[in-house]
Ligand binder design. Structure first.
Ligand SMILES: [Fe+2]
Length: 251
């Protein structure tokens, strides 16, 4: 037995509605006035294709970053927020005393995305003064887009990996407002740190794990202390620290 695809089902449904004259009834009562969200659904499809290209090694990580930022800049923020039912989500948040809460996002209603999704996603939520603490990533590309609130966002290149510290180089340090974005790869802007400057802050995040066959490390976070000693060459000696220590100091 085969099941009809959603598209077939919609076509059949539309057929029945037409034959019963229901479309006219709905139209008269303005029940079809709800936005279709078609644009942001299409956008999600493009996002997934982009992540597939990275995963399939058809795209270099730095090119992926540029394209992801381009895509993030094109999204209709209001529609994205509607699609992820942000209102319901933000009403149910329990804000942690330190750091950020990570909220699951259901994208199963996005047409065409039910199969073959290669990216993970979440929303970070935090109170004023709390942070997505400073950390880098191994074997992972990821991108943030601010949904609500103002942030101070900082990025660093991870230049050298030593036994107890990394040498990092500041690359971004500025205010981020809703709709603004930043990205990470093994190659560029690998460490990020975002602190909420308004009462509440929300960040949408997508990530692609295990994209880099040359990096034998398992995709994970590495916590760093970016307020270390500065070298003559403009680098920072950033100690490797535990998540607990990082949250105590920067959460
Ligand atoms: Fe991260």
């Amino acid at each position: 037995m085969t099941f009809p695809t959603r598209r077939d089902f919609s076509t059949q449904l539309l057929g029945s509605l037409l034959s019963y004259g229901l479309i006219e009834t709905l139209w008269r009562n303005e029940l079809l006035a709800e936005p279709t969200r078609a644009d942001v659904q299409k956008w999600m499809g493009e996002l997934n294709e982009l992540c597939q290209s990275l995963k399939g090694r058809k795209l270099k990580d730095v090119d992926f970053q540029a394209k992801l930022e381009e895509l993030y800049r094109r999204v209709d923020l209001k529609e994205l927020i509607a699609l992820i039912d942000f209102e319901r989500l933000s009403n149910s948040v329990r804000y942690p005393e330190k750091g950020a809460a990570s909220l699951g996002v259901d994208l199963s209603k996005v047409e065409g995305l039910s199969r073959g999704v290669v990216f993970g996603k979440q929303i970070f939520a935090m109170k004023k003064g709390r942070s997505i603490v400073p950390h880098g990533h191994d074997n992972m590309c990821t991108g943030f887009i601010i949904l609500q609130g103002d942030f101070t966002g900082r990025h660093y290149d991870r230049v050298e990996d030593n036994a107890d510290h990394y040498l990092i180089k500041p690359t971004i340090d500025r205010t981020f407002k809703p709709g603004e974005c930043s990205t990470i790869s093994d190659t560029k802007d690998n460490v990020h740190w975002f602190r909420a400057e308004s009462d509440y802050g929300f960040v949408f995040n997508i990530h692609v794990l295990g994209y880099n066959p040359e990096n034998k490390k398992i995709s994970s976070r590495v916590y760093v202390d970016p307020e270390g000693e500065k070298t003559a060459g403009g680098l920072i000696v950033a100690k490797k620290i535990s998540s607990a220590e990082c949250h105590r100091k920067y959460g």
